[in-house]
Design a protein around this ligand. Structure first.
Ligand code: MN
Length: 475
């Protein structure tokens, strides 16, 4: 989307956006990247990536200005006065991330990067959106860097940024990030594969046309509005499939895919009913993400069917609204009236839930049920993110102590803790944790909870467990 189209669609913020464009132009037009493009052209491209994903105007402006604090003489104070604290926080967050992610090699480094990303996003999740859009444009502009650096940036994108886009449900961006990185990492294989995929698509077009024709015949009598779309190919994911199955492209079973998009949930189920009557559903391929949405809010009905003529096709059925969410992830839910103070709070709440949920999902070995139970209550407070010595993430309300942390890890750890180290230093049990702290709990076989702990613990979980323990042992 051109930025001008975005401005037309957001007339309320026309002035602010145009001001930011001018400001970016004045300050960045004389700075050149290795490719010869100016920093301003890059900034504009990043903002356009964000506009295309339909983010709010604060995110788009932050995209325009994301390099300003780091690469010009402009002071933080001047910037803050001109653009306000929201945009300043986001731009600062992006600037900080740059420093962390520029060096990167082994697993430890990678975990460190993910850690910093999560902390930055805890302040304002839009930091991540800008960072992803920034990375997207950088990938198109790498060819003048040394080969080693191109490889590093592309690999990092596949390892960290694409999975984040995926977790946030921004599938469109995820596919772009992956395919561009793959292109940089293995240009020859990339072009070979994309040609083969394109060729196969042409070959299959008439099969798809037939299926659409059959579907139409059956659905049209219902008199409901719908549209059928083919599913865009993610070249990198096909490559991954080849690697996993250790097969050449020709032997990868290619299941045709299509999407049926309609207005209402009711329509979705009507269409599903018809589809399952006119074809044979493949057992165990049916998943109803409408009734059971993914934690990143993704919704759709998935089913694989064999058509009357024997062709297998994967079908996704969803509403227009769900389609938006699937393409833009939580960005699609950004369209609250951003002028009303009250809705800002709702928005923040929604954001936190979905973001935290995806962070939790990410941590495979996390005991997330217990955590989710307390989440709603605890979201009233600000959250902090802290880490176990192994690098697992725990989220706690601001003001939580080492004892709260201990109970988050495990009830036994809480009950047996008698000391704690934060970032390698001994601290008292009532020590208040901060974002990014690495917390190690020291336990003893004979240690047990003290009533005194109730004076300083912050989480309902810790409180109830301390009370419980004392009840049980007093009997
Ligand atoms: Mn940049």
């Amino acid at each position: 989307m051109e930025l001008t189209k975005y401005i037309e669609a957001n007339p309320l913020h026309k002035q602010q956006i145009t001001d930011a464009v001018l400001y970016a132009e004045n300050n960045l037009k004389n700075l050149k990247r290795l490719s010869g493009r100016t920093y301003f052209q890059h900034a504009l491209a990043v903002a356009e990536n964000l506009a295309e994903l339909n983010f709010d105007y604060v995110t788009v402006i932050s995209g325009l200005l994301h390099d300003v604090l780091e690469d010009t003489q402009i002071t933080r104070e001047d910037f803050l006065t001109k653009f306000g604290s929201e945009i300043t926080t986001i731009v600062e967050g992006v600037t900080k991330l740059k420093k962390y992610t520029s060096v990167m090699s082994d697993d430890a480094r990678r975990n460190e990067n993910i850690r910093k990303l999560i902390i930055a996003s805890a302040k304002d999740i839009r930091v991540i959106f800008v960072k992803l859009a920034d990375r997207m444009d950088n990938l198109t502009d790498l060819k003048f860097l040394p080969a080693e650096k191109i490889k590093k940036i592309s690999q990092e994108t596949i390892d960290i940024y694409a999975p984040i886009a995926h977790r946030l449900g921004i599938y469109k961006l995820k596919a772009h990030l992956e395919d561009f990185s793959f292109m940089n990492l293995n240009p020859q294989l990339f072009s070979e594969l994309s040609k083969k995929i394109a060729f196969r698509e042409i070959e299959q077009q008439h099969i798809l046309d037939d299926i659409v024709e059959t579907l139409k015949k059956n659905i049209d009598p219902l008199n409901i509005q719908y549209r059928i779309k083919s599913r865009p190919k993610n070249i990198y994911s096909i490559f991954r499939k080849m690697e996993k199955q250790n097969k050449p492209f020709e032997e990868i079973q290619d299941i045709l895919g299509m999407r049926i998009i309609t207005a209402t949930v009711e329509n979705c189920y009507s269409i599903l009913g018809i589809l399952h009557t006119m074809s044979s559903p493949v057992p165990e391929t049916f998943t109803d993400y409408i009734a059971n949405p993914k934690s990143n809010m993704y919704q759709s009905i998935h089913t694989t069917v064999i058509m009357p003529d024997g062709v297998t096709v994967e079908v996704q059925i969803r509403t227009e609204e769900m389609h938006k969410t699937a393409s833009y992830g939580i960005a699609a839910h950004w369209k609250y009236k951003d002028t009303e103070k009250s809705s800002v709070k709702i928005r923040a709440f929604d954001e936190k839930i979905s973001w935290l949920a995806s962070v939790i999902e990410w941590q495979e070995n996390n005991n997330s049920n217990e955590f989710l139970a307390g989440l709603k209550a605890e979201l009233e407070f600000d959250q902090i993110f802290v880490f176990t010595p192994k690098g697992d993430i725990k989220s706690l309300p601001a003001g939580s102590t080492t004892v709260d942390f201990a109970y988050t890890v495990h009830t036994d750890i809480g009950n047996r803790c008698h000391g704690a180290k934060v970032n390698g230093k001994m601290v008292s049990l009532k020590y208040e944790l901060h974002n990014g702290d690495i917390v190690e709990i020291l336990t003893g076989k004979t240690a047990h909870p003290s009533q005194d702990w109730l004076k300083f613990v912050k989480t309902p979980t810790a409180r109830s467990k301390i009370k419980n323990y004392n009840k049980i042992t007093k009997v």
